[in-house]
Design a protein around this ligand. Structure first.
Ligand code: HEM
Length: 206
């Protein structure tokens, strides 16, 4: 299929939850709660989707999948931003003393806020120009923050609920599997590098 068409399909798929959340939200019993919660949920889902892309590309030998990672990441950021805005604007009507007290006193808000703030530099540095300016090492290091942000998003979700953590457990299992895959992948890559270095040293000595 044409690459442009695939891009459009990806954009539409990532955009689709937004009108759905708004349409179902305005007719919901509690529209603000519905919109706020569902934007957070889609933010978390797309953050997880961003982590799925690399293992998929590697396992199914589809390196071109990697080029959708930035788009997915930026959409995840946009949903989290809208989730935060819905809390600030719709839920608390810019009541800054209450917002600041919430951030300070309610651990689930503190963690959500930390995850959101940590996402900002990743979104800002996602352009090619800034990536080049930072250089691959710093850029990679910075973007490894995602391995803390996604679990923090999950902890935020977990702490929000007093009982019945079933869906958090499902999201948690997926996140653990994706992080575990990366640890195994990195360990294997390091082992391969060590073997290559040892072979090269043996050849030089011979
Ligand atoms: C990476 C950042 C974040 C993620 C992934 C995230 C995700 C979520 C999720 C999944 C929920 C529960 C949705 C449900 O019950 O179905 C939620 C709820 C909530 N989040 Fe976040 N969130 C993030 C950041 C924030 C920030 C920065 C704030 C505000 C400062 C915030 C405020 C809230 C509030 C108030 C609720 C509960 C809404 C309610 O009880 O009606 N979140 N969030």
């Amino acid at each position: 299929m044409n690459k442009r068409l695939i891009y459009i399909a990806v954009w539409l798929a990532l955009l689709a939850p937004l009108p759905a959340v708004i349409v179902f939200g305005v007719t919901a019993f509690n529209p603000i709660e519905y919109i706020e919660r569902n934007l957070g949920l889609w933010g978390l889902r797309f953050l997880i989707l961003g982590l799925v892309i690399t293992p998929m590309a590697r396992i199914f030998r589809r390196p071109t999948l990697i080029c959708y990672r930035r788009t997915v990441g930026l959409f995840a950021f946009t949903y989290v931003l809208l989730h935060w805005l819905s809390y600030i604007v719709l839920d608390l009507y810019f009541d800054w003393p209450v917002i600041l007290k919430d951030i300070y006193k309610r651990p689930f808000i503190t963690i959500g806020m930390a995850a959101f703030v940590a996402l900002i530099p990743l979104a800002v540095t996602s352009t090619d120009a800034l990536r080049r300016r930072l250089g691959p090492v710093i850029w990679e290091r910075l973007h490894q923050l995602i391995y803390l942000i996604v679990p923090a998003g999950l902890v935020h979700y977990w702490l929000m609920v007093k009982a019945d953590h079933r869906s958090q457990l499902v999201y948690g299992a997926i996140i653990i599997a994706l992080l575990a895959w990366r640890i195994v992948d990195k360990t294997q890559a390091a082992a391969r590098r060590r073997v290559r270095a040892a072979e090269k040293a043996a050849r030089t000595a011979a």
